[in-house]
Design a protein around this ligand. Sequence first.
Ligand SMILES: Nc1nc2c(c(=O)[nH]1)N[C@H]1C(S)=C(S)[C@@H](COP(=O)(O)O)O[C@H]1N2
Ligand SMILES: [Mo]
Length: 355
Amino acid sequence: MPEGIATSDEITVEELQLAARNHGMPLEGLRYDVTPIGMHYLLTHFDIPEADAATWTLSIGGRVRSPLRVSMAEIAARPAVTMAVTMECAGNGRARLHPRPLSQPWLNEAVGTAEWTGTPLRPLLDEAGLEDDAIEVVFAGADHGTQGGVEQDYERSLPVAEAMRDEVLLAYGINGQPLPPQHGYPLRLIVPGWYGMTSVKWLTTITPVAEPFEGFQMDAYRVRQALEDPGTPVTRMQPRSLMVPPGFPDFFTRIRHVEPGRHTLTGRAWSGWGPIARVEVSIDGGSTWKDATLGQQSSHAWVPWTLTWDAAPGERELMTRATDVAGNVQPVDQPWNHHGVSNNMTQRVTVLVRG
Ligand SMILES: Nc1nc2c(c(=O)[nH]1)N[C@H]1C(S)=C(S)[C@@H](COP(=O)(O)O)O[C@H]1N2
Ligand SMILES: [Mo]
């Protein structure tokens, strides 16, 4: 087996170590338009750094005409925007791949929607004044560690045109409260539509650069078949629909128990490539599909859906899949890639309809 790929279906202690630090959103959390803070998924590569808003500074340097240093008080005094944004980890679905890429073993719960409060990034970049040769903007967090043998601060870049989009925020609040330590206190980037790795937490420096940025976390998020392949970068979220698992669960297997009769199945769908055009649900393991009814869509948050189900006794496999306006459809079988990123295969929920 190549490096970084599991040799057995058994979860390793190293994966369990990551899974215990980085939790997902329990899928019943899909009932909320805005995910309560403690239920939002979490992913932190290294340690949550110690931070104090009173002494925190954000520096903008590199290919700019006037380098800036701003305090949290100065950021808080700038125009504030609050925006509901659905964020998903690029590794969501990884643990269902065969063979399994060794990393955070998400099933399909690495998602959440928060109301982020912050100030738009663009006016700050305009104040600093990008040099004409700036092509990307590098964002660095205060957290530090090693990954793949490389010692690093957590750093990601965005093309200048993406960094300058109106919806890109420097966020200091979540759901009406200051950011808690685990979500990036006191300051993080929020890039709506993109997978979560782009939204750098504990943001300390912003550096426009004249060359493509080749930091470790850029290389780690590429869809490639083997480590030697160049592959393609992971950017925006692929469409995904998830349902609230109906009925009640068995503690250990999580298999659902449902009474026969009429039920309303509910869930949420999102895509980073535009609004959701269609959500389909199957109650027979993918043999037949029905269109769900979509609720109100907002620009950057998931859309709710519902479908009436007349449940007849027996074991059922429920599935759901989304299609976005760009025509991207969730696959029923997931194509494999080496890092297990940008997966969006259809959810399957096993349900026992009681006799
Ligand atoms: N500084 C820093 N920013 C980071 C990360 C990190 O480890 N360090 N993880 C990224 C990844 S991979 C994801 S999916 C999101 C998760 O954000 P959350 O923990 O607030 O849900 O943060 C991103 N920003
Ligand atoms: Mo992630």
